[in-house]
Design a protein around this ligand. Sequence first.
Ligand SMILES: *Cc1c(COP(=O)(O)O)cnc(C)c1O
Length: 425
Amino acid sequence: MNFETSGSYAEGLDSCDALAAYRNSFLLPKNGQGGELVYLCGNSLGLQPKEALAAVKLEFDDWAKLGVEAHFKGSNPWFHYHKFLNEDAAKLVGGLPHEVVVMNQLTVNLHLLMASFYRPSAERYKIIMEGGAFPSDMYMVQSQVEFHGFDYDDAVLEVFPREGEYTLRHEDILKVIEENGEETALVFFSGVQYYTGQAFDIQAITKAAHEVGAIAGWDLAHAAGNLLLELHEWNVDFAAWCSYKYLNSGPGNVGGVFIHERHGSNPDTKRFAGWWGHKEDERFLMQRGYLPEPGAAGWQLSNAPVFGMAVHKVSLGIFSRAGMSKLDEKTRQLNAYLRFMLAFARSENKSLDFEIITPVNQGGSQLSLLSGSDGKALFDHLEKEGIICDWREPNVIRMAPVALYNTYQDVWKTGMAFLNFKNRH
Ligand SMILES: *Cc1c(COP(=O)(O)O)cnc(C)c1O
């Protein structure tokens, strides 16, 4: 697509955007004077759906009116609450409904999944992951290998970009898997790298892991609600994600889990158990002897945190109505248009010094800009211009125009803010 640099062109794109109305489903942050901001931080904390508060209030009202009886007699009986999110959550990641459950939070879920799927032996104990992974994932992996009595430096193989490059080459990832195949227990990557915005080829990496007899697990924190996912088709063994980034469900809210049915319907798959994962029709018999619910539901420990899940339910409903494939199309358009506007700004404004390190044409909202010496000044300038993005040490600016609530005019304004930047030299 050939974009143009005028503001009226951006207006035109917005007026033809079939998803434009979804912006009105969200509360958009304002500046101190009540003026509009350009919010490009949906990759970090998604915005609040307008329906969220009423959905939470409904559960509070049921609690007030019914007390414990709301478990079965509430508007959304709490006993069944996790099931109300299943269809939409499964659709979002391309799983079957019984392969997905919403529970706990991301890092907790990763540990629970490692209990099931990282079962190292003396010969096969290594974990292959991306270098520079999100800290929680690094700590999770380190504590897991040490828990099993292995040494971090020996047991964890981190794949780094080549000298002078910022993102990984898939051929390099596949080579590490192939070369270490016999010793590898688990290949564990993020779907989208939080720092560089690189989207990994989940299908190809999963296949390579399986070819050497390893398990493939995925952290989809930056992928769920951002990329088209087909976890079932791609044969992913397990995955987990959070709901507060692209999924707009509020700070620290519940996470989601995918467990492929070949593991989930096998009652012998080892797991850490709790009463909410016990067979539903016998859950309240309170008997000795754990019998898991089939599917991912059999990994639940505790009864559902309904207030948070009420928000997540609203948000999943929005994704379901908009449809991931339509959202994916707009995401790609916004991303390409932002690249175009930044290239334009840089060609016009010689004081700009940055490089986009996120690979092109891979899908996903995020662009990561590796900035030169004036990076912090550029970031501060953007903030003054009302462009809300984030700064990640040591020198990256992350921006993510998201399909549900960002506009083409947001992208245009961002381009203009870059154009206006003056460096100090
Ligand atoms: C955001 C993020 C987390 C955060 O973990 P929580 O348990 O939700 O606090 C973990 N891993 C990755 C890759 C993330 O992007």
